[in-house]
Design a protein. Structure first.
Lengths: 145, 145
DNA sequence: GCGAATGTGTTACACTATAACATCACAGCC
DNA sequence: GGCTGTGATGTTATAGTGTAACACATTCGC
């Protein structure tokens, strides 16, 4: 693996789909993949109530497993979740989030990764997880404003 | 101003201390400056109860004003707050947070700023606020482990 | 069968944040 | 003085986010 900062939590670059996903995991992932913006855990729960889910914990457990595999990202600044757009990418995921329409774009930048690793090395800090989010306005919403 | 992504929210580079801070703002800032790790809003509230504060909203309002001035950062991944270590810095603040002891180190990197602005330009995304957090282990906690 | 490991279901609760409304303090002005 | 505008403050209630604790089910290997 190239970068020292893992994308999800699974360290092996080829990992991420070892064991089969559980029933709830699959359902939560499908809901997230069908959304074009971040969803709150309770939004997901509402979407899955018809499927039989009743409690927040069922959703949170699925989200935690999916995040551990790098299939889902948490948008920390929104307490929301999105399906990963580039599973398997070794770099830390950066998310650009439109504050008007909620659209989320995911990208990675090897140079940013390198600079972060560089700082960590100098500071003797052991990185485990990176959160990089840009909030602002997407193209469409910027012209309207 | 050099970077296109503001550090806090005040756009004028020399701004940040225009009007005087309110009573509660001052008190909250003092509590944060006295802590060496991030504090939750309710931790701050508890610390200020002897000073007469009673409700969460009093703390949240102060925090919002302080963040607007770039004097305080929110640690999104922890729902906690820290005093800014380098007020006036034009770059987006990056926070390295030790998951063991909670210590927070703040740094900036002009190259990262440049790369982020570069991506935004290409994607026609108007950036307003950047969150960059690294979770991991600080030097002291890494040796113990 | 039996134990270990993992996923699942449920209730109750803790933590984080804001809505809505009332009050107070101060500055400028007629 | 009296009026008004603006912004900080105070208070109650409530919304939103996340986890603890416990019980049950399934699967896999011995």
């Amino acid at each position: 693996m190239t970068g020292a900062i893992p994308h999800g939590a699974a360290s092996g670059g080829e990992a991420g789909a070892r064991a089969a996903l559980g029933k709830n995991d699959r359902a939560v992932l499908d809901v997230l993949r069908g959304a074009r913006s971040g969803l709150g855990a309770y939004d997901i729960l509402d979407a899955l109530r018809p499927a039989g889910l009743k409690a927040p914990l069922q959703v949170y457990r699925a989200l935690n497993r999916l995040m551990a595999r790098g299939l889902v990202h948490k948008i920390e600044s929104l307490n929301a979740y999105v399906a990963c757009a580039r599973p398997g990418d070794a770099c830390a995921a950066a998310l650009a989030i439109c504050r008007a329409c909620g659209a989320v774009s995911e990208f990675t930048d090897a140079e940013i990764d390198r600079r972060l690793n560089c700082w960590c090395r100098e500071a003797a800090f052991t990185p485990e997880q990176v959160t990089l989010e840009i909030r602002g306005l997407c193209t469409d919403c910027a012209v309207e404003a």
